[in-house]
Design a protein around this ligand. Structure first.
Ligand code: GN1
Ligand code: CA
Ligand code: CA
Length: 199
């Protein structure tokens, strides 16, 4: 028994398709040789084993969901996992920490992703986290950490980015989902993203 209406393996070994049209009668064949010693499929037993596997897979999925969402507290979309690291780091070290874990700082590139991260920050009872956007290379040319420039989508708070102090080149997201440029040496929590591997 799988989740989301999935029939599971036991369903997949059931009868296949309906009957086709009757074919033409063939020519008489040659006489066959001596057959091998007979054996028979103990299908009932195999069905039971496969059925038990389905139950175990469902249990594992359920445990994994609990560990991911409750214990680790991660968020996910079809393509990516998001994880808020509750360690205060400056932007550079935050990026390194995400990379060490096999990801990068989160790069909200659309409203849906931005909202998911914002809700995550809020649910964790936090106020601000670093995200993977900066204008370190060239002032006012904000880039994602994958070296692509900001596209049409952005979520700047009113009046931001303002480069207050003259060297605010890194970006934080607040729990309301708005972005603000801040100094890169600020040490705050941060949110990483990880690409799901397609199987
Ligand atoms: C904060 O605290 P203040 O006003 O100097 C913020 C800036 C914002 C500004 C908006 C470290 O600066 O990035 O642009 O508010 N700096 C920090 O009013 O949060
Ligand atoms: Ca700047
Ligand atoms: Ca600012």
């Amino acid at each position: 028994m799988g989740d989301s209406g999935d029939q599971g393996l036991i369903g997949k070994i059931g009868p296949i398709g309906g009957k086709g049209d009757k074919g033409y009668t063939g020519l008489p064949g040659l006489a066959g040789g001596k057959g091998k010693t007979g054996s028979f499929c103990d299908c009932g037993r195999y069905r039971k084993v496969v059925g038990q596997m389905d139950v175990n897979v469902a249990r594992l999925k359920s445990s994994l969901k609990f560990v991911k969402n409750v214990i680790a507290g991660i968020r996910e979309t079809d393509e990516k996992f998001y994880y808020i690291v509750k360690e205060e780091r400056n932007y550079r070290d935050a990026l390194t920490q995400c990379r060490i874990r096999g990801g990068t700082l989160a790069m909200p590139k659309d409203q849906a992703t931005n909202t998911l991260i914002a809700d995550y920050i809020l649910d964790m009872g936090l106020f601000r986290v670093f995200i993977g956007i900066n204008d370190i290379e060239k002032e006012k040319q904000f880039m994602y950490t994958d070296n692509t420039p900001l596209q049409i989508y952005s979520s700047w708070r009113d009046g931001e980015p303002n480069d207050a102090s003259g060297y605010e080149d890194c970006v934080e997201m607040l729990s309301t989902g708005v972005w603000n440029d801040v100094e890169c040496h600020l040490t705050i929590y941060f949110v990483c993203e990880f690409l799901k591997t397609k199987t």
